[in-house]
Write a protein that binds this ligand. Structure first.
Ligand code: PHE
Length: 473
C-alpha cells in the first residue's frame, strides 16, 4: 500500500529486517579494523576478555535501553526521548541526551567514511593486482615487502587519493540513506550482511588452516591481568560501545522503526552476540595471517601495528598465501559491505533528526547532513597529510598526540559514547516510568530484575569510574 499521509513513517518491513539492519549497523569497521587494532595496541588477551565482559554487563543492557526508548517513541531519537519523558512526568529536556548522540553520530560518520575510503582504495588495488598476478598467485607477485607496506603510507600521503576514496564512500552512503529505511538501509542489510558472513567465515577458515592459527588463539585468549590498566579498560569500554553502535542514539533510531511484535530483550541478545562473534572471528581472521607472515620472516611486522594492521600487515600476509590476490580482493569487498551497512546507520541518525526537526524531505535532509558530514570528514582525510601537525585536543593529556582523525575517534568513543550511555541508563533506570519500560523490554522475572539492577547501578557507576581513571588516572 502506498503511504498517503505526509506523516506516515517508513519502517522495517519485518522482524528479520530489523534484526539484520541492527546487526548491519553494529558489525562494521569497528569489528574488522578497530577491534584487532585496539586488541593489538592494548596487549591482546586482557583487553579481549575485558571487552567481552563490557559487552555482556554494560553493552547489552544499554543496547536494550536504547532500542526500547525508540520503539516506545516511534519517532526520531530526541522526539522518542521527549515522549517517554513526558509520559513519565519528567522534563522534556531529556531530549538533550539524544541530541548529544545525534552530534556524535555526525562526528563519527565524518571520519568513518574516511576509513571507508581506504577500503575503496584497497578494493581498487587488489582488483588491479588480481589482473596482474592472476587467479592462483599470491598477492603482489614480484613486489618486495617494503613496496607492499608502502601502499598505506602512499595512500595517506596523497591528499588526492584520500579525498577520492572518502568522497566515493560518502556518495554511496548518501545514496542508500536517501532511499529511506525499507528501500535503502534495509536493502543494504538484507543483501550484504549474509554475503558478508559467508565471506568472513570462508576467509577465516582459510587463514586458520593455512596461517598461524594456534598463535592467534593464544594471543587473543591468554589473559595477562597485569596489562589491564585503566587506559586499557577505557579502550575496551569505548570499543564495546563503538562496536555495538551505542551512545549515539543510533539504536534508538533503529528501535523506533521496529514493530510491536519484536521482543527487544531477545533481539538485543542476538545483536550483541552476533557483533561480538564477528569481532572475535575477525581477530581470528587477521592475526593468523599476520603471525604466519611474521614467522616466515617477512620483515618487521608487528601485532601492535594499530590502524595499519588490516591495511598494511594483512596485505603482506596475503602475498604469502596461494590465491592471495583473490582472497585479498574478497576480503576488502567484505570489509566494504560491512562498513556500508554501518555508515548508513550512522548517517541515518542525524538525517532522521533533520527530517523531523525541520520538516524537510528525506532527500533534502540526507543531502544537507551528508554533505556537511562529508565536509568535516575532509579535515580527517587531510589530517594524514596536509593537516598532519594539527593537534586539536592538545590540551587534554590522553589526546595530546592525536591528529584531527584520532581526536574525533577518541573523543567519541572514550567520552561521548560512555557519557551518552550513562545518561541513557539514568533515564531508563530512574526517570522513565517502570511500567513503560516493562511493556517494551520483553524481559520478565529474574532476568528483568538483573537487567534493571545493571541499568540502575552497575552500568552508570562502573562507567563513571572507568572514565574517570581512564581519562585522568
Ligand atoms: N558499530 C559500527 C562498527 O562497528 C560503527 C557505528 C557506531 C555504527 C555507531 C553506527 C553507530 O563499525
Amino acid at each position: 500500500m502506498v503511504a498517503t499521509s505526509a506523516t506516515a513513517r517508513d519502517g522495517w518491513s519485518s522482524r528479520t529486517a530489523f534484526v539484520l539492519a541492527a546487526i548491519g549497523s553494529a558489525v562494521g569497521l569497528g569489528n574488522l579494523w578497530r577491534f584487532p587494532a585496539e586488541a593489538g595496541q592494548n596487549g591482546g588477551g586482557a583487553f579481549v576478555l575485558f571487552y567481552i565482559i563490557c559487552v555482556i554487563f554494560i553493552g547489552l543492557p544499554v543496547l536494550l535501553s536504547e532500542t526500547l526508548i525508540g520503539r516506545h517513541g516511534q519517532a526520531s531519537a530526541p522526539e522518542s526521548m521527549r515522549r517517554m519523558a513526558a509520559e513519565s512526568g519528567a522534563s522534556a529536556r531529556w531530549d538533550f541526551l539524544a541530541n548529544i548522540g545525534v552530534l556524535s553520530a555526525f562526528m563519527i560518520v565524518s571520519f568513518y567514511c574516511v576509513v571507508g575510503g581506504w577500503v575503496v582504495y584497497y578494493i581498487y588495488v587488489f582488483g588491479v593486482d588480481l589482473m596482474a598476478s592472476g587467479l592462483t598467485g599470491g598477492a603482489f607477485e614480484g613486489r618486495s615487502r617494503e613496496e607492499i607496506e608502502a601502499i598505506l603510507p602512499g595512500l595517506f600521503g596523497s591528499a588526492q587519493l584520500m579525498l577520492t576514496g572518502h568522497i566515493i564512500f560518502f556518495v554511496v552512503t548518501i545514496f542508500f540513506v536517501m532511499r529511506g529505511v525499507s528501500a535503502g538501509i534495509e536493502w543494504v542489510a538484507t543483501w550484504l550482511m549474509p554475503t558478508f558472513f559467508v565471506l568472513l567465515i570462508g576467509i577465516t577458515l582459510y587463514g586458520l588452516t593455512t596461517g598461524a592459527g594456534a598463535e592467534a588463539f593464544a594471543y587473543l585468549f591468554t589473559f595477562d591481568f597485569s596489562k589491564l590498566t585503566p587506559q586499557v579498560m577505557l579502550a575496551a569500554v569505548g570499543q564495546a560501545f563503538f562496536s555495538l553502535s551505542l551512545g549515539v542514539a543510533g539504536m534508538i533510531t533503529y528501535g523506533s522503526y521496529a514493530s510491536r511484535d519484536v521482543n527487544l530483550g531477545y533481539t538485543s541478545g542476538i545483536i550483541a552476540g552476533a557483533d561480538t562473534a564477528v569481532a572475535l572471528i575477525s581477530g581470528l581472521c587477521v592475526f593468523p595471517i599476520v603471525f604466519a607472515a611474521m614467522a616466515a620472516g617477512v620483515g618487521d611486522l608487528s601485532v601492535e601495528a594499530g590502524p595499519g594492521l588490516m591495511f598494511a600487515s594483512l596485505p603482506v600476509g596475503f602475498q604469502a598465501m596461494p590465491f592471495g590476490s583473490l582472497i585479498g580482493l574478497a576480503f576488502f569487498i567484505m570489509v566494504g559491505f560491512a562498513a556500508l551497512t554501518s555508515s548508513v546507520g550512522l548517517l541515518e541518525v542525524p538525517t532522521s533528526w533533520v527530517i523531523e526537526r525541520f520538516g524537510l524531505s528525506r532527500a533534502a535532509s540526507t543531502l544537507i547532513v551528508g554533505l556537511s558530514a562529508g565536509a568535516l570528514g575532509l579535515l580527517s582525510a587531510l589530517s594524514f597529510n596536509e593537516l598532519a601537525d594539527v593537534r586539536p585536543l592538545g590540551f587534554i593529556p590522553i589526546f595530546a598526540e592525536a591528529n584531527i582523525f584520532d581526536a574525533l575517534d577518541g573523543v567519541t568513543a572514550k567520552i561521548f559514547m560512555p557519557l551518552g550511555a550513562i545518561l541513557t541508563c539514568i533515564f531508563v533506570g530512574w526517570v522513565a516510568e517502570p511500567r513503560l519500560v516493562d511493556a517494551e523490554n520483553g524481559l520478565s522475572g529474574t532476568l528483568n530484575q538483573v537487567w534493571r539492577a545493571l541499568v540502575r547501578y552497575v552500568c552508570p557507576v562502573v562507567l563513571l569510574v572507568i572514565m574517570g581513571f581512564g581519562l585522568f588516572g
